[in-house]
Design a binder for this molecule. Sequence first.
Ligand SMILES: Cc1cc2nc3c(=O)[nH]c(=O)nc-3n(C[C@H](O)[C@H](O)[C@H](O)COP(=O)(O)OP(=O)(O)OC[C@H]3O[C@@H](n4cnc5c(N)ncnc54)[C@H](O)[C@@H]3O)c2cc1C
Length: 499
Amino acid sequence: MGSSAAVQHVKVAIIGSGFGGLGAAVRLRQEGETDFVVLERGDSVGGTWRDNSYPGCACDVPSHLYSFSFAPNPDWPRTFSGQPEIRAYLERVADRFELRGHLRFRHMVTGARWDEETARWEIETEQGRYSAQVLVAATGPLSDPSIPDAPGIADFPGEIFHSAQWKHDHDLAGKRVAVIGTGASAIQIVPSIQPEVGRLTLFQRTPPWVMNRMDRDITAAERFLYRHVPATQKALRGALWLVREYQVGAFVKRPALLRAAEALALANLKRGVKDPALRAKLTPDYRFGCKRVLLSNAYYPALAQPNVDVVAAGLKEIKGSTLVASDGTEHEADVIVFSTGFHVTDLPVADHIVGAGGRTLAEEWEDGMAGLRGTTVRGFPNLLLIIGPNTGLGNSSMVLMIESQLNYLADYLRKLDASGAVALDVTASAQLRWNDEVQRRMARTVWSTGGCRSWYLDAKGNNTTLWPGTTAHFRRETRSVDLHEYDLIQAPVAQPVNA
Ligand SMILES: Cc1cc2nc3c(=O)[nH]c(=O)nc-3n(C[C@H](O)[C@H](O)[C@H](O)COP(=O)(O)OP(=O)(O)OC[C@H]3O[C@@H](n4cnc5c(N)ncnc54)[C@H](O)[C@@H]3O)c2cc1C
């Protein structure tokens, strides 16, 4: 990898500065570790909340739960706060926990290779080389936009952009805008732009289940209370968490119970859309929860407006400014907004991480993502993934999962140091046992039995993204590192530890 003089060595290198990477950095500092860097390809922190600035972008888990437990924010302005507030919150976290000195912006990691001779990760970035004993990849499950390769896309004469790369300098007023996709971003975008665009055509392959969102301003009195009596905010967070923990049983064990929620969602649809033909198009034919349940009060009313067409088909091809749907209908557009999600089960970073024996993570995961406790992967010593395989949630805050993984990270570093080894590598049997158990539990879930095809599933139809259990269960499973699940790698003979 070139001259070692140019290489900066650190104990821990973290890739990414979203909730995951920042959380890891805070945790390291709390553990007294200061020998680390955060390598971030963007030019500021925030990850998801830096990149997604589309109109209407907000969290869909209440803000008091969708934030760090160690950094409560009494000043959330709304129950479901918007992107600018969440981004500003993460900026404040970086300041408050004194992370600035560790952040390296415009440092896209283009390669990370485990060097068996030195027992270090050799890391290449756009701006120089690093080596690290431990590599934490917090590159985000939803951070690399996926745009379908529709035939004719290159010749579309108008503007094209992905929801995560919104072009704010492009005025949509009066334009014919096609929105492709009906996921979590689309249902926030559609009602936000519908009043200003000339015509909005929504391409819907599958209608989502949409529930009412209890979104409101948080009053000054409430904020005063949270600030001056922190226990009240803690109690609210606890209540929000508990409600979601109780819902998990229906998703993972008894999907039939979700029929009750279907009735509520259908009532929401009936309230928002009076036209029975449109309602029929918008009625899902699979079990509630099989795909991510979406929350919006404004989506259905927006679709009922006269300047909106719902095309109940996917985008097949583009001929000039005409979009051809898979049902053969043709629609004119000046702008195409792809709200088509992210590379979730084929994470681009997996191509760039090379483990022992020269195998990339992508090669290792050819048959599907797998790891131990969602965090470590056999053959990739001292690599910890934040939001790794089977750590996603359908109904609660990802920050809870991230914080569980931070506990695991902290214990990993402690046990690694205490063991006298230079690295830990998951045993094949421990990883197999863990994944067999996760997949056994997955079989009964609504995500497997609900009759839909979702982005939770990989190309082979396996759910390698979601956690089939409560967040409390995951917290227990990641409380500490069991060294019996790891092979201990001793310092290489040619390179003593104190060299
Ligand atoms: C629009 C939207 C709304 C969401 N709302 C919610 C919600 O309400 N509740 C919830 O629980 N979850 C929500 N999520 C999921 C959300 O992604 C997670 O909650 C969380 O933000 C993930 O944090 P992260 O740090 O793991 O990833 P990210 O926030 O994606 O951060 C990853 C970081 O890694 C950087 N990076 C990636 N690759 C490289 C590389 N090779 N080199 C250097 N840097 C790199 C990226 O630039 C980015 O800054 C939402 C996601 C989206 C897209």
